[in-house]
Design a protein around this ligand. Structure first.
Ligand SMILES: Cc1cc2nc3c(=O)[nH]c(=O)nc-3n(C[C@H](O)[C@H](O)[C@H](O)COP(=O)(O)OP(=O)(O)OC[C@H]3O[C@@H](n4cnc5c(N)ncnc54)[C@H](O)[C@@H]3O)c2cc1C
Length: 408
């Protein structure tokens, strides 16, 4: 089946590529425009919870994803200075049994490459590099895209998957610059062979402490260990939102932390610093035949590890809505937005709430931490915080539902 609706997507991040693949598999003509001159993702890991892996597997990526992912057995909480350890939840077979899909950890470049490969297998010329969107105009037949090199393209539908600094968002909703959230992230990977055996176990670990936390997890079947260190910092001095840092600077940010954390820092290959950016959630995403997806509409602090999962869910739900209503894309886009906005807004707000939980002053001493962790991470509370995230099924939400008229 080949549909006549032409769809343009700006941004070839995980969100844009997932949407492209889901749409192409449903017979739509899709072109993805990416500003970068080559494809890639940052050299860091990504946690894929069951709500995301369920979508990726439904897109036919199961074999390729499993080939290069790590499947951890559990997640643990550790105290920043004593190193005391608490079980957060079991993963592995437990995730499959409970949610019908696994919890995986993957190098971003690997996931990105799998998506690119599957898109190219359908239509090699669908991906356009060095194509930076500058502006857009909507008219009766769709959307006119204008690129920085002066070229123009026409599409019936435009999906802005162009990240936190989205040009499409700016064009649809006016300029509102993202704000620095007060937290920055250290990111890097470590060759697992350089770590002692107890730091190479197949578990995800959240080290929690006052004003900072550290996440580690295995990648590439345990060959690499991912490191994310989040630190509260009053201001971000530089113009760029990401830059290379040094092991010395990272070590200084974790002075006094447990020896295991410092061992990880010492072995970081190339530590990068990221300013974590946020925006107040939008109440509308789209307009006419143009809409937004992923970080372009709901950038989030990564404290529930759901930013890319939301982008993946968005892509699948959007493709299903367009499939259910191919002759009226504007209505399909409204359905998509109504199906997605409540969940994504809740995730953004609850991720921000986790700053207080992960960085709580009660964690300063080992005794205070014991009480705080036993209360905050009690099994019923953990289930309440994560079940609704992992059990969501983008493949079964009602993509063909009638939408009620807008309130006047
Ligand atoms: C430290 C950290 C850890 C994280 N960990 C996790 C995790 O474990 N699990 C999880 O689910 N999420 C995680 N996230 C969040 C996740 O990385 C993002 O939410 C996700 O990558 C967003 O994907 P996206 O495709 O929407 O945007 P992006 O990945 O930002 O992609 C946008 C693309 O658009 C392109 N672009 C921008 N402007 C233009 C233009 N004008 N024209 C053409 N192209 C353009 C960009 O070059 C880019 O390729 C984490 C984030 C951080 C910072």
């Amino acid at each position: 089946m080949y549909r006549k609706t032409r769809i343009a997507i700006t941004g070839a991040g995980i969100g844009g590529l997932t949407a492209a693949l889901a749409l192409m598999q449903r017979g739509f003509q899709v072109d993805v425009y990416e500003q970068a001159s080559q494809f890639g993702e940052v050299g860091a890991g990504i946690q894929l919870s069951a709500n995301g892996t369920r979508c990726l597997f439904a897109l036919g990526l199961q074999q390729d994803v499993l080939r290069c992912a790590s499947q951890p057995s559990a997640k643990e909480i550790r105290h920043w200075s004593s190193g005391d350890t608490w079980r957060l939840f079991d993963l592995g077979a437990e995730s499959v049994e409970r949610y019908g899909a696994p919890f995986l950890m993957m190098h971003r470049a690997d996931l990105h490459a799998v998506l690119v490969q599957h898109i190219r297998a359908i239509r090699p010329e669908a991906l356009h590099l060095g194509a930076r969107l500058a502006g857009l105009t909507q008219h009766a037949e769709g959307v006119e895209l204008e690129f920085e090199d002066g070229s123009r393209r026409h599409a019936h539908v435009l999906i802005g998957a162009d990240g936190v600094h989205s040009r499409v968002r700016q064009q649809l909703h006016g300029r509102d610059d993202p704000q620095y959230t007060g937290c920055m992230a250290w990111r890097g990977v470590i060759a697992a062979a350089e770590l002692p055996a107890h730091l190479r176990r197949p578990v995800g670990t959240n080290w929690v402490g006052p004003g900072a936390h550290v996440i580690t997890y295995p990648l590439r079947n345990g060959e690499l260990m991912n490191f994310v260190g989040i630190v509260e910092r009053a201001a971000w001095q530089k113009e760029s939102w990401t830059e290379q840092g040094t092991v010395d600077e990272c070590r200084a940010d974790f002075a006094g932390w447990h020896a295991d954390v410092l061992t990880l820092v010492e072995r970081l290959d190339r530590p990068f610093k990221w300013a974590l950016m946020g925006r107040t959630p939008l109440t509308r995403w789209g307009q006419g035949c143009a809409t937004l997806l992923g970080d372009a509409c709901h950038p989030t602090l990564p404290f529930l590890a759901q930013g890319a999962m939301m982008a993946i869910e968005d892509g699948v739900v959007l493709a299903r809505c367009l499939e259910a209503c191919p002759d009226d894309p504007a209505t399909a886009l409204q359905r998509y937005e109504r199906l997605r906005i409540e969940r994504t807004t809740a995730i953004v707000l609850k991720s921000a709430e986790n700053t207080r939980r992960f960085h709580n002053p009660a964690l300063a001493s080992a005794e205070g931490a014991q009480r705080y962790i036993e209360t905050e991470w009690a099994p019923d509370k953990v289930r309440a915080r994560y079940d609704w995230l992992f059990s969501y099924d983008a493949l079964s939400v009602d993509a063909g539902a009638q939408i009620a008229a807008e309130p006047a």
